[in-house]
Design a binder for this molecule. Structure first.
Ligand SMILES: [Zn+2]
Length: 277
């Protein structure tokens, strides 16, 4: 963050003014105040990503697997409220873990586990989860949590590289910035349904995948360290409630399970990906 911007933030805060101009707003998400500008979010994300990759194994096997997730993710991000631009780019990583999980961090980084790809019954299920994660990034959920932490620590007036480093390592240690609130999860579900649909994937895949998770809870939560980072098994909102909310949204959008023109892609490509895992 440059000094002028920092002063503007400090002034706005002192005056109790919420509006801080951001680099760009999310068209479908309304005007928001951005304390951490996009450039800083991307720098934060890069640092977060490095820390995470030092702690968890990245899938380095068949490039077709990585390409499958990256192409699917790029197509969904392109139709989101926050498509990639000159500053923000999306990165998709397959984590070499059999745990069924997915998560997102600020700056456009999305992670899905090998376990998720293995257990999904259709491409639409994978796409719905990837779209949910993109929803978190589009709505800046992780960044907002960091902004709240900054304000709580009195860092709103000026934030330097060292303070960013402290925030990131603190956030990773306690898992904040990766664990979202109930309302943020609901919003990511809502955005995920819209984005998957816009990208041509059948968003009923989200219903199917959450319903599938319900059959696993809680016995297969496991003790993998990823459980702390991932969010699919977060206890709230309740998974059954999420299934109901998503079904209601699909009803309101008039999207039938058998809707023509929306892909399920059960078998074929996903089966090839599974065989390569
Ligand atoms: Zn989420």
């Amino acid at each position: 963050m440059n000094r002028l911007h920092a002063i503007a933030v400090a002034t706005a805060m002192a005056l109790g003014v919420a509006a801080v101009p951001g680099a760009a707003g999310c068209a479908g998400l309304g005007e928001e105040s951005w304390i951490i500008p996009e450039e800083d979010e991307v720098a934060l994300g890069q640092r977060f990503n490095q820390e995470l990759l030092a702690q968890m194994p990245e899938f380095k096997g068949d490039p077709a697997v990585i390409q499958y997730v990256a192409q699917m993710g790029a197509a969904i991000a392109a139709v989101s409220d926050r498509p990639p631009n000159g500053v923000l780019q999306y990165r998709f990583t397959v984590v070499d873990s059999d745990e069924i999980n997915a998560f997102a961090i600020p700056g456009g980084y999305v992670y899905v586990t090998k376990g998720l790809l293995k257990t999904a019954r259709s491409g639409a299920e994978v796409a719905s989860i990837v779209a949910h994660e993109i929803g978190h990034i589009a709505a800046r959920h992780g960044v907002k949590q960091l902004e709240t932490m900054m304000l709580a620590q009195g860092l709103g007036s000026l934030i330097g590289d060292e303070q960013i480093a402290e925030l990131v390592s603190g956030a990773i240690q306690v898992g904040t910035g990766l664990t979202f609130s109930k309302d943020q999860e609901r919003e990511a579900d809502r955005l995920g349904v819209a984005y998957a649909n816009a990208a041509g994937w059948n968003p009923w895949g989200m219903v199917d995948f959450f319903s599938f998770l319900l059959t696993l809870e809680p016995k297969e939560k496991g003790n993998d360290p990823l459980t702390g980072l991932g969010e699919l098994f977060a206890t709230h909102p309740d998974t059954a409630e999420r299934v109901g909310s998503v079904q209601a949204q699909l009803g309101a959008m008039g999207i039938a399970r058998e809707a023509a023109g929306l892909r399920w892609e059960a078998g074929t490509t996903l089966d090839q990906v599974k065989a390569a895992l």
